[in-house]
Design a protein around this ligand. Structure first.
Ligand code: AMP
Ligand code: MN
Ligand code: MN
Ligand code: MN
Length: 310
């Protein structure tokens, strides 16, 4: 009798674990995206609605250096029955290079984080004026004013300058503007000191969040610097790197899965979606993490969401 009961309990336990893992594993996580609060094309609420339509189950909004879209995105996520993660993508300087660090599950009301992001946005404004001056010397007038108009209330980024030049018919597309005007050595490029890597990681942690290196394959660091970066990042308390993201190739998924393993870092998955026509990949279409990766969401509390049927 007792045996039958304990056997029943055992099988129930097995079934329950299978149910949890199979359902949790099949959730479609997208932990990197942008709205009009930074350089995305959709408002936070429209972005969430689009993510839900595309089958995303768990979405993080990670606007550049700004958390002001999170409240409305959270409300929209509730309406669309998807889980929502408070995020941010912080621009940092490490060894004179610009890198991006994603913070997940941050507290947008954390005073020190808010103050530091406000300083980054102020510095962005000054950088944008200098970019305008550089472009004026190359014969492009009113670029700062034009970019500012396109940015509306949001932070001003190089993308807004690129949109202005395309709007004015000066360059055929955004990609070409970057190549001809907005990268190192070109007239609209300004060397800029962003937040220190260590400070960004520590602020993310202080606000209750998890620090993730965004799209590590984009930095063209070389292997020695990449190893140094992963070492430094981990020593500051960084937890994960993006392994599957729209700007990585499938061989890079494997390469960064291996590096994550080597440095005992977890793996993240995010589209870096900015809007239709300006993103490498649509939402909801990312590959799964390679097998063996420890997902950054591994120990997150159970998410209140029903998985979208495959
Ligand atoms: P900023 O933070 O102002 O330097 O702007 C960087 C943003 O520009 C990135 O987050 C991307 O969204 C975008 N970006 C960077 N490089 C390119 C490129 N080559 N083509 C199109 N967009 C780019
Ligand atoms: Mn961007
Ligand atoms: Mn980025
Ligand atoms: Mn991004």
């Amino acid at each position: 009798m007792i045996d039958a009961v304990s056997q029943g309990v055992f099988f129930f336990w097995l079934y329950f674990n299978w149910f949890l893992s199979s359902h949790f594993m099949s959730l479609n996580f997208d932990l990197h995206s942008h709205s009009t609060v930074s350089d995305g094309l959709l408002s936070p609420a429209d972005l969430v609605a689009y993510a839900a339509k595309q089958g995303v189950d768990v979405l993080a909004l990670t606007d550049h250096d700004d958390v002001s879209g999170l409240a409305s995105a959270q409300a929209a996520a509730q309406a669309h029955n998807i889980a929502f993660i408070n995020g941010v993508e912080i621009s940092v300087t490490w060894k004179k290079r610009t890198l991006h660090i994603v913070g997940l599950n941050i507290d947008p009301e954390h005073a020190a984080l808010k103050a530091a992001l406000a300083r980054v946005r102020l510095a962005r404004e000054q950088r944008a004026m200098q970019m305008g001056e550089g472009l004026a010397k190359a014969g492009i007038e009113q670029a700062y004013q034009g970019a500012k108009r396109l940015a509306q209330q949001s932070i001003i980024t190089r993308v807004h300058f690129a949109r202005y030049l395309v709007e004015q018919g000066l360059v055929k597309d955004i990609k070409t503007v970057f190549k001809k005007y907005l990268v190192k050595g070109k007239p609209g490029f300004v060397e800029h000191q962003w937040m220190d890597l260590q400070q960004a990681v520590e602020l993310i942690i202080a606000s209750g969040g998890t620090a993730v290196i965004a799209h590590p394959g984009r930095y063209d660091l070389g292997s020695v610097n990449m190893l140094q970066l992963l070492h430094d990042f981990r020593s500051y308390g960084g937890v994960a790197i993006e392994v599957v993201t729209s700007s990585h190739t499938p061989p890079q998924y494997q390469q960064f899965a291996k590096l994550a393993h080597q440095f005992s870092l977890k793996s993240s998955r995010g589209s870096d979606y900015h809007g239709q026509g300006v993103s490498f990949m649509d939402m909801g279409r990312l590959a799964d993490l390679p097998s063996g990766c420890v997902p950054v969401w591994q120990d997150w509390p159970a998410l209140q969401v029903a998985p979208t049927p495959a």
